[in-house]
Design a protein around this ligand. Structure first.
Ligand SMILES: [Zn+2]
Length: 422
C-alpha cells in the first residue's frame, strides 16, 4: 500500500477493540485474588503472557524468535535490509500491579506492526517483549533488556528472590539457558532506533490535560544510607538542652531534603525508610538510620543537590550535638534520549493532531538499557489516571492509549522508511 495517513490512522482506530481485548486478556494472566495482576519476572505467569503475545504476533503474520533467556522478538517478514527499528516494552508486573504497565506498549506495537506489514519499509521492524523489567522479585531491574544490550553482569544471575530461588535457576525453570547470555545480545550497531511506548505512571500529563508525553530523558537514582549518632538517655531525667537526640537531627534532615529538592525543578529527593534501632517510648534516641533516594535527569544537577543536602544537614546535626555519617549504596546514571528521535516523535504527534508534552521520565524503563549503549532511543507516554501505577488502581483511558499509538505508528513508519535517517 502507499502510506495514506488518513487510511492508516482509520485502520488503527478500528484496532481499538483489539487493544482493549488484549489488555483484558493479559490482565487475566496472573490475576491476583487480592487485587491487580501478579506476574513476576521469570514466573509461570510471565511465561503465559509471553506465549499469549507470541500467538498474537504469529496470527498477525510476524516471525517469532526467542533468545536464550526468553526475550521475544516478532519480526515483520521480507525486510530488504539488516538495519533494525525495534519497538518494545515488558510483560512482567510488580506484586498486585496494574494491567497497563508494560502491556500497553507491547500490545499497541503489535497492532502497528500488523498495519505496517502492508507498507514498503526500508528497515526491518521488530516488536520486542523483554523479560523481568521490574525489580520486585530479584531486586534487579531491566533484566531482559540489560541482557539484550550486553550489560548484565553474569554475577547478577546469582541474585536470589525472597524464597531463595536464584535468577539463573528461575531462567532455567522457564525453559531457557542462563549460560548463553552472550548469544542473547542483539546486533547493537544495526539498531537504528529503539522506541518504547509506556504509561506515564505519574501525575504530570493529567495535570497538563495532555494525553501524550514525548520523553526527553530518563532519570536515575543515587541512594545513601545515612546514620545519626547522638546519646541514648532517659526521656524523663534528661533536660531538653542537654540532649543529643539523633532523631531530631534526622527529622531536620528529612525536612532539609524536601526544602532543597523543592527549589530545584528536575531533582526529587525521598527518605522512604527510617529506623531507630533499639528505640523505645521512654528513651531519647541515640541512633537513627535512614535511606535517601535522589533522582534527576541531569547528573551534575543531581550531584550538586546531594552535596548541598549533606553540607547543610551536617552543620545542623552538629548544632544538635549529633554526628552524621553517610554511605553511597547505589548509583545509576540518567540518560538523555536521542534528540533526533525526539524530533521524529514530535513530528508524528503534530501529523496525527495528538497534543503532547515534552517531559522527563522519573521512572526507569527498558529504553534506558538501549540508550546507555548508544542506540538512538525514544519514548512516548500516555496519561495515567491520578498518576497511580504499580497498583490495582492503575488506569489509562483507551482514547489516550490510542492517541499515543497513532503517534507511535507514524513515527515508526518514518523511522523505517526515511532515507535521510541514518
Ligand atoms: Zn513498566
Amino acid at each position: 500500500m502507499n502510506f495514506n495517513l488518513e487510511e492508516v490512522l482509520a485502520t488503527l482506530t478500528k484496532a481499538k477493540s483489539n487493544v482493549k481485548r488484549r489488555l483484558e486478556d493479559l490482565a487475566r494472566i496472573g490475576r491476583d485474588p487480592k487485587g491487580g495482576v501478579t506476574r513476576l519476572a521469570y514466573s509461570q505467569e510471565e511465561n503465559f503472557a509471553f506465549d499469549y503475545i507470541k500467538r498474537v504476533g504469529i496470527s498477525y503474520g510476524l516471525i517469532a524468535k526467542e533468545d536464550p533467556v526468553g526475550n521475544l522478538y516478532l519480526e515483520l517478514p521480507g525486510s530488504p535490509s539488516e538495519d533494525l527499528v525495534i519497538i518494545g516494552s515488558h510483560l512482567d508486573t510488580v506484586p498486585q500491579g496494574g494491567m497497563f504497565d508494560g502491556t500497553v506498549g507491547v500490545i499497541c506495537s503489535l497492532e502497528i506492526a500488523k498495519i505496517l506489514s502492508q507498507a514498503k519499509l526500508k528497515r526491518k521492524l521488530v516488536i520486542a517483549a523483554f523479560r523481568g523489567e521490574e525489580s520486585s522479585r530479584f531486586k534487579i531491574s531491566l533484566i531482559g533488556s540489560s541482557i539484550a544490550t550486553g550489560q548484565l553482569n553474569p554475577n547478577m544471575l546469582e541474585a536470589k528472590d525472597s524464597k531463595g530461588v536464584k535468577l539463573k535457576d528461575a531462567i532455567r525453570s522457564c525453559g531457557f539457558d542462563p549460560d548463553r547470555l552472550r548469544e542473547a545480545v542483539l546486533p547493537l550497531k544495526k539498531i537504528r532506533a529503539y522506541l518504547e511506548y509506556h504509561i506515564e505512571q505519574g501525575p504530570v500529563l493529567e495535570a497538563y490535560g495532555c494525553p501524550v508525553g514525548v520523553v526527553t530523558a530518563i532519570a536515575a537514582p543515587v541512594r545513601y544510607k545515612v546514620s545519626f549518632s547522638g546519646e541514648w538517655a532517659h526521656s524523663g531525667a534528661t533536660p531538653m538542652n542537654l540532649r543529643k537526640d539523633a532523631l531530631v537531627a534526622a527529622a531536620d534532615f528529612v525536612l532539609t531534603v524536601r526544602a532543597i529538592c523543592a527549589r530545584r525543578g528536575d531533582v526529587v529527593g525521598t527518605v522512604g525508610d527510617l529506623q531507630i534501632p533499639g528505640g523505645s517510648i521512654n528513651k531519647v534516641p541515640g541512633e537513627v538510620v535512614l535511606y535517601l533516594d535522589v533522582r534527576g535527569v541531569d547528573l551534575s544537577e543531581r550531584e550538586r543537590t546531594v552535596q548541598e543536602i549533606f553540607e547543610l544537614t551536617r552543620k545542623k546535626a552538629e548544632s544538635y550535638s549529633v554526628s552524621m555519617n553517610f554511605m553511597k549504596i547505589e548509583e545509576k546514571f540518567p540518560q538523555k534520549l536521542s534528540n533526533q528521535i525526539i524530533k521524529f516523535l514530535e513530528r508524528a504527534c503534530d501529523l496525527t493532531n495528538v497534543e503532547y508534552l515534552l517531559m522527563p521520565s522519573g521512572a526507569s524503563h527498558d529504553a534506558l538499557s538501549f540508550s546507555k549503549v548508544g542506540v538512538p532511543t525514544g519514548m512516548l507516554f500516555c496519561q495515567s489516571k491520578g498518576g497511580i501505577s504499580h497498583s490495582p488502581r492503575e488506569f489509562s483511558q483507551l482514547d489516550h492509549i490510542l492517541a499515543g499509538a497513532r503517534a507511535l505508528l507514524v513515527a515508526t513508519y518514518m523511522l523505517t522508511t526515511a532515507s535521510h535517517y541514518s
